[in-house]
Design a protein. Structure first.
Lengths: 264, 264
């Protein structure tokens, strides 16, 4: 009988050890260079997509000093806040809402919900995400968790290297790319407890939008947007976690944002 | 005997549960808005410290659109890469080393080692960290862990709101603020396995440095720097973890960086 108890004790001790190590791994791995990390941020350069309009302009890098001449390499740069992979702060469309530097850190960490709508976008570049698309995600993966950051995966990232194809303007100057529908924005704000929404196109409102309803709905509820999100083809639909790090411009309406994903 | 076995099993089951929950908490808390987070980043504005020299200039924000007139609020901005809370990429001083966008994500997550040298700086604003300061930290907290990010806490952050006091130039134009000694940089590179070093002043080399030896030593070994790090008065000496998120400027020598601390 003593040997039975001993066997039970040894067995359980081993499983405690394995259990704790397994659970602890995720935090330990993250801070010891061994987690699977993915960068959802495009490098910023003069080819980065920016919004059409005379006040917007490409990223500009100016050399200040170089090692051969000055012993040090250094640049200055100019850019619109809403260029490349960036965040829209709630103040972007709604007065009195938070600016970029005021968004609480806790809202910049959360589970990623990646909604793949590529098949619909293939048939219709003006596609807007439907509530059914969200319900489909929930049927496959369970309810959208509290504090989620929704990422709409349209496949538009394939066009990133060609600015004209990415903007996709027609002869009349109208933009054609997919986005969220106002109904989905409304549903996420009212029925779910999310932190923000993102997309792999130039805007969370689809290209043809003239009233930017999704911007008004989400920002009005204090939620941020991520635009021109990179590498969604490498993201799982569920199980990844995001860390968002916007440049901390005081009073900014938005700005370039580093987006890290911790993969399962 | 059966009841003894049962008691052992129940007790062990409870401790397994507690053990796993306790360990898992750190990752779960981080991604559910319940971790203790601290922002080591100053808001970027026109008052932000930048390096002296004719090619450097203050942060400039230009309004592009406002809600009353245009229905949307948006700005553009210009700044030197090395302004406010920022990272120096290894390419800043050493040719062939990594630019800002090339630093591996794994090196941007790690334990914080906060070395408090305020008492010495109080007596001497030109103080340089000594190897004894590092040894003192190790005597109190154990060996500097692999992948650590060292933060030199000089107390200089109290001067941040007054640019002149922060730069601290004398009548001859010489800067007076503390930094790392070249010996400490050499020791960290040779004897330890760190990811980078940071400080709450304008430069990891002290103000009087003319040859920027610390920059050359660290960058030559592929290590980055963090400068003008905020809120070190709120950091524990040991037990916090850092997440670094530099703006992803292609080929950048450095740039504004969001620094998050996960507190114990």
């Amino acid at each position: 009988m003593k040997s039975l108890i001993k066997a039970i004790l040894v067995g359980l001790a081993l499983s405690i050890g394995a259990g704790i190590a397994g659970a602890d791994d995720r935090f330990q791995l993250l801070f010891s260079g061994r987690a699977k990390l993915l960068d959802l941020t495009y490098p910023i350069n003069k080819g980065n997509a920016y919004w059409p309009g005379s006040a917007y302009f490409p990223f500009t890098l100016k050399n200040i000093a170089n090692i051969d001449k000055d012993g040090v390499y250094s640049n200055s740069f100019s850019m619109p806040e809403h260029l490349g992979t960036h965040m829209d702060a709630p103040s972007h469309f709604v007065k009195g809402q938070l600016s970029l530097d005021q968004i609480p850190l806790t809202q910049l960490f959360g589970p990623a919900v990646v909604v793949d709508v590529r098949q619909k976008v293939d048939k219709n570049p003006d596609y807007q995400m439907s509530i059914q698309d969200l319900k489909g995600w929930e049927q496959a993966h369970g309810l959208i968790p509290d504090g989620a950051i929704i990422l709409m995966y349209t496949g538009w990232g394939e066009r990133w290297s060609d600015f004209n194809s990415y903007r996709n303007r027609d002869a009349q100057g109208n933009l054609h790319f997919p986005g969220y529908s106002p109904e989905v924005a409304q549903f996420l704000i009212k029925e779910k407890s999310i932190y923000g929404i993102g997309i792999d196109t130039l805007s969370v409102d689809y290209g043809l939008s003239k009233d930017f309803k999704v911007h008004h709905i989400c920002h009005g509820a204090g939620k941020y947007h991520l635009e021109n999100v990179a590498n969604l083809d490498k993201m799982p639909a569920n199980g990844a976690y995001l860390i968002l790090a916007p440049i901390k411009i005081e009073g900014g309406s938005g700005g370039p944002t580093r987006i890290y994903a911790v993969l399962p």
